[in-house]
Design a protein around this ligand. Sequence first.
Ligand SMILES: [Zn+2]
Length: 256
Amino acid sequence: MIDLNCDVSVAAGYKSASQQARVISEAWYLKNAYCLACDSDEVKATKRNTPANDFVCPKCGHRYELKAFKRRPRKALNDGAYKTMMEGISAFRAPTLCLMERTVDWQIRSWSAIHSGFLVPNVIVKRKALSDSAQRKGYVGCTIRLDQIAPDAEISVIDKCVIVKVEDVRRRFQRFNGLGTEPIEQRGWTLLTLWIVRRLRKASFTLAEVYQHEAEFAKVYPANLHIRDKIRQQLQVLRDLGVLVFEERGTYRLLS
Ligand SMILES: [Zn+2]
């Protein structure tokens, strides 16, 4: 059972507020988190005995990266090295991002997971290399464009201090497990289609409405000359994932 209260005593040996916050949230996560991708009730830190924001499920190997905030970003999220992220994506081992928010008195207010399957190259932005004067000169980090990821990616585990039922969380999360094994380019198309479909803000939509966004697809995939065929194919992939259903000819309905 998840306990929303954090144990602040674990940070006793740390001086800076940011280090304390990290250690407290990591200890909380290790004690309370469960795997969303399978039925494992625990996750492990990847590096034993050291505070680390990387966790892995001992049963299915799904990886998680913890990001704790007082107030989480909505638009963009700065992450680690660009190269590591891109290599992780190509090797199908990008982590699911766990975004957590806490109250001033150290209760977990929210925890939502961004499914790793949604991390594709077109939502990862390379940052400028750190300048000569910086401690880590030449380091190139990355930014994850949360505002370019379909809202389906984000699965709420704790919402405003209310714990969502584990079965519901897992059902919503595992629906997208298959995405993680799709070749990157194929997955990029699927997710761009989903993002555009969600932005229509309609429960039912027509093929013609998606075609109106053809230029956006062309911008991301300039070499592809058959964008409309690709869009129709991706709508089938989304149907197979259980995101939408086909109604009468040329009309689609989103399921949730
Ligand atoms: Zn698992």
